[in-house]
Structure formats: C-alpha cells, structure tokens
Design a protein around this ligand. Sequence first.
Ligand SMILES: Nc1nc2c(ncn2[C@@H]2O[C@H](COP(=O)(O)OP(=O)(O)O)[C@@H](O)[C@H]2O)c(=O)[nH]1
Ligand SMILES: [Mg+2]
Length: 263
Amino acid sequence: MSSITLMIPALNEEKRIGNTLENVLKVIPAGDDRRVQILVIDDGSTDGTAKIVADYARHHQEITLLRHDGNRGLGQALRTALAHATGEKFLIVPGDNDMPAATLSDLIRHAHSADMVMCFFPDRQFRGRGRRILSALFGFIYAACFDVHVQYINGPCVYPVARLRELELFSSRFSIVAEINVKLLRQGVSFIEIPGHRQVGLEGSSSFSLRNLREVTAVFLRLFYEIHLRNPQLYQKRPVRVRCELTDPDSGTAAPGGCTPKG
Ligand SMILES: Nc1nc2c(ncn2[C@@H]2O[C@H](COP(=O)(O)OP(=O)(O)O)[C@@H](O)[C@H]2O)c(=O)[nH]1
Ligand SMILES: [Mg+2]
C-alpha cells in the first residue's frame, strides 16, 4: 500500500470525533502508520472538538490538527488539507463517524484499483425520505447535464493527490465533492465503484441547510458554464470504468463491503 492522506472535516463534533479517530486508527494496517496521514480540519468549532483532537495528536504522530479561526466550509477545509497532504492518495472521512470501519478499510484496500475509487451506498433506508428524494434529484440533474453516470456523484472517493492539485476549484462548501468528481471524470480518469455502508443511527446533518442549498445552485450553474462553455476542450474526455466483481477472492463468496477489479 502506498501513502494515503485521510482528511477528516469536523464542525462541532465533540461527541463523535473521538469515535471517528478510534475507528480510523483501528483500520490503519499495523506498522503502516507512516503511510497514513490523518488531517483533522476543525472548521471553527465552538465546542471541545479541537481539544479532543489535540489530545489524540499528542499520542499518535500520524494525526495532525489543522484549525480555521472561523467556519469556512468543506471546500476551504479541503484546500487546507491539500496544502498539508503528504499522501499519494486522498480521502475525505466524515468527522461524525458516518463511515464504518469496514467501508473505510475497503476504500483504502482498493485505493490503487483506479485513479478514482468511488463509494456508493446500496442501502438508502437510513436517510429520511426527503433527503433521499433530493439526493436522487441531484444525481439525475448531474448525470443529465454533465453526462457522468455513476452511482453516487456526492459519495466518498479516493483521489490521486497530484490530479486534485491540478484542478481549479471554486466551491467553498459541500458542493466541492461533486465539482471534483465531475471535473476529474470529464478529464478521462479511470474509476471504480465499490459498495459501502453508512453508520446506523446517525442523526443530524448540516449539508442540507439553506446556505448549502444556495451553494449547490450557484456551483451547479458555474460548473455548467465552465464545462460546456468556458473550457469544453479540457473537460471533453470520457472516464474509463474499471469493472469489478462483487466476490471475495479468497472464499469466492459475495463480499458485502468490497469488490475485486476484473482483469
Ligand atoms: N470542515 C468543515 N466540516 C464540516 C462543515 N460542516 C459540516 N462539517 C463536517 O462534515 C462532516 C459531514 O457533515 P454532515 O453535516 O454530517 O453531512 P452529511 O452527513 O453528509 O449530511 C461532519 O463530520 C461535519 O462535522 C464545515 O463547514 N466545515
Ligand atoms: Mg453526517
């Protein structure tokens, strides 16, 4: 396994950031700690998040706490993380412990199966109905307007750091993930999609606030302009899908959380 940077965004997560870090530490293969860099971006939290992370950072050299004075959003947090990233690969792991250890482990294991290792969630029952409808609508609009046909355009994804650094990104908040995914896919990268799970019983989300809905609309319009009008040459390629089999190579049985690239 080569090096990977895990970016953990956290905004007022004092109740869950400890569990998130415990989960991540559990997944890192023993002896491989120097190959995994963990960057927690505390984005202006007003609770005890930073103190908890600082305590972990004292005991685990792979963990670094980076702080913004005020809240600047996920997009800005990603820029801060990228500026400090030492890994070849890059993955955003939610600070509210939304990603179970098995899914994180699958993503890390497949980090080199393609340029982008995208994760989707076959079981959508855990999200409320309104959220599911909005999410489906978002995916449909992105597929129709940008011709990118993936299971989950907003899902967690392992990226190559070098490609991420080349991108000109403008999103400051949650739309950053969809912006990156569309721009990379339309530059012809290879990608693989693997099924994952979400943590059961997690409530609360800040991604569906009015502020974020405004951002989603503004980013969509600007992305449309960039991709189709301003810079169509740069974004005209088709991504290359790496096919995968949903079986465990050892036992030959279906592997619920992972897949094996074919050929
Ligand atoms: N850096 C940063 N992280 C944030 C911000 N808002 C939320 N987060 C973190 O991003 C993660 C996902 O946020 P959440 O509201 O749970 O979104 P959802 O689960 O995708 O609906 C959580 O760990 C939050 O603490 C923000 O403005 N900046
Ligand atoms: Mg969440």
